[in-house]
Design a protein around this ligand. Structure first.
Ligand code: FAD
Length: 424
């Protein structure tokens, strides 16, 4: 009996199964997970879980009974090794195989390894999975001096958690500012101040040249300028890479991830992909993107699930992301790269502000710190192609409500007027 085989059981994989089933896909659905635990939430791993505010159990996305009710077979602890297009079978670790009509590849991403001397010492960690988080949490408990290599989201969230736990934390970032690829200089500056105010040392334009050990355990990080920072725990967070090996081995087009159209379809019409492992042309950003966010994984998987069930509904979401560091709840909508104008709403000093970014007078992105209402409005404004003026944005008495009606009725199709290069 063939049906839908979904590889990877996290946000994208689970969402693709559910949408396909709820949209009328009546064939067998099997979801294959190489991890042993039930599908779980990844964002708290660097935040509430490390702080002891969330348990392993509270992270579970869906339990076994849920999958049973939806008639979805969940195969845990088993890796998909190969997709055989000719025989239409997915070959699994352990020697079994699953016949398929359609496949969804939702294999996510993995942590980029840092190839420096000493990176294999005991006490040098990466954070991607629940398994990693359990290990890191135990080590954090016993550690006192932590060096975080990389001032991206995961590095900064771990730094905030470790500082909150009373540890001495040093962050090394090779760029001239934090989160350089994701936020503007203004927000980078705010985050730098926040970390420093909470007692972390943040060294910008500083690289880790090697890691020193003693009796096989990490003892210090040597910086490019020969500075030596004592450490009994090192967390490396230098970005993620797509898990696209399976897709490449079956000849699917991959460029910084598995190339998909706005229905999650790959260069093979029976194989779909969604989430961190994919690259898509985003109509709002008007560029090819490989996003690592829960929103992207779920929305893209919905589009794939709909297409598999024979329904329509392309992926056309404005990219969104969030991060919690100390008391700062950072929310991002849109892609601010290459903005030419910015306007601040609220007070940076009070830690409650949003930065609205424009390119040629068009609102393209908004970063908010502790201003969730601005984010809600910004999502609808950007999706509707409506741009409040910078003066309106800066005026706290200006209510976006007057514009939101127009934003909601604006046709998304208008956004698509430019011909898009389709990957497949
Ligand atoms: P993943 O969650 O990576 O899941 C892919 C799954 O597929 C994994 O379980 C993997 O083991 C499995 N797999 C891979 N290959 C195979 C195979 N061959 N066979 C079987 N299974 C396989 N995003 C936000 O939006 N906000 C946040 O605050 C945030 N915080 C984060 C904090 C941390 C510590 C991490 C690691 C990520 C965070 N993210 C956050 C990113 C977010 O978690 C990811 O974007 C999201 O999990 C992507 O979902 P996915 O389903 O595409 O892939």
């Amino acid at each position: 009996m063939s049906g839908l085989v979904v590889i990877g059981a996290s946000y994208a994989g689970v969402q693709a199964c559910l949408t396909a089933r709820d949209s009328g896909y009546a064939e067998r659905i099997t979801i294959v997970a190489d991890e042993h635990s039930l599908p779980y939430q990844r964002p708290p791993l660097s935040k509430g879980f490390l702080l002891g505010l969330e348990s392993k159990e509270s992270l579970i996305l869906r339990d076994g009974a849920f999958f049973e009710k939806k008639a979805i077979d969940l195969v845990l602890g088993t890796r998909a090794l190969e997709i055989d297009k000719r025989s239409r079978k997915v070959l699994l670790g352990g020697g079994s195989e699953l016949a398929f009509d359609k496949v969804v590849i939702a294999t996510g991403s993995h942590a980029r390894q840092l190839p420096i001397q000493g990176a294999d010492l005991d006490g040098v960690c990466y954070l991607r999975s629940l398994h990693d988080a359990v290990d890191l949490k135990a080590r954090l408990h016993d550690a006192s001096e932590i060096v975080v290599i990389g001032g991206g989201f995961i590095g900064l969230e771990v730094a905030a958690s470790a500082t909150k736990l009373g540890k001495k934390v040093t962050v090394l970032e090779s760029a001239s500012r934090l989160l350089e690829r994701a936020v503007s200089p203004l927000v980078s500056e705010f985050l730098l101040d926040t970390h420093v105010q909470h007692g972390a040392d943040v060294l910008l334009e500083e690289t880790a040249a090697s890691i020193e050990g003693r009796h096989g355990r990490v003892a210090a990080v040597l910086c490019g300028n020969n500075r030596r920072i004592p450490a009994d725990l090192v967390l490396i967070g230098v970005g993620g890479l797509p898990n696209d090996q399976l897709a490449k081995s079956v000849g699917l087009k991959c460029t910084n991830g598995i190339v998909v159209d706005d229905h999650g379809r790959t260069s093979d019409s029976n194989i779909f992909a969604a989430g961190d492992c994919t690259s898509h042309f985003n109509i709002f950003a008007q560029e090819w993107l490989r996003l690592e966010s829960v929103q992207n994984a779920q929305d893209q998987a919905k589009a794939a699930g709909l297409a598999i069930a024979g329904d329509t509904g392309p992926y056309e979401s404005v990219p969104r992301f969030w991060s919690d560091q100390y008391d700062a709840k950072l929310q991002i909508v849109g892609i601010s790269r290459n903005f030419d104008t910015q306007a601040v709403r609220g007070s940076i000093e009070d830690g409650k502000f949003s930065v609205f970014y424009y390119r040629q007078k068009k609102l393209i992105a908004v970063d908010s710190v502790n201003r969730a209402g601005d984010q809600m409005a910004a999502r609808r404004l950007i999706a509707g192609g409506i741009s409040p003026s910078p003066e309106e944005v800066m005026d706290l008495s200006f209510d976006f409500k007057s514009l939101l009606k127009a934003a909601d009725s604006a046709s998304v199709a208008a956004q698509k007027s430019e011909p898009l290069e389709r990957p497949v």
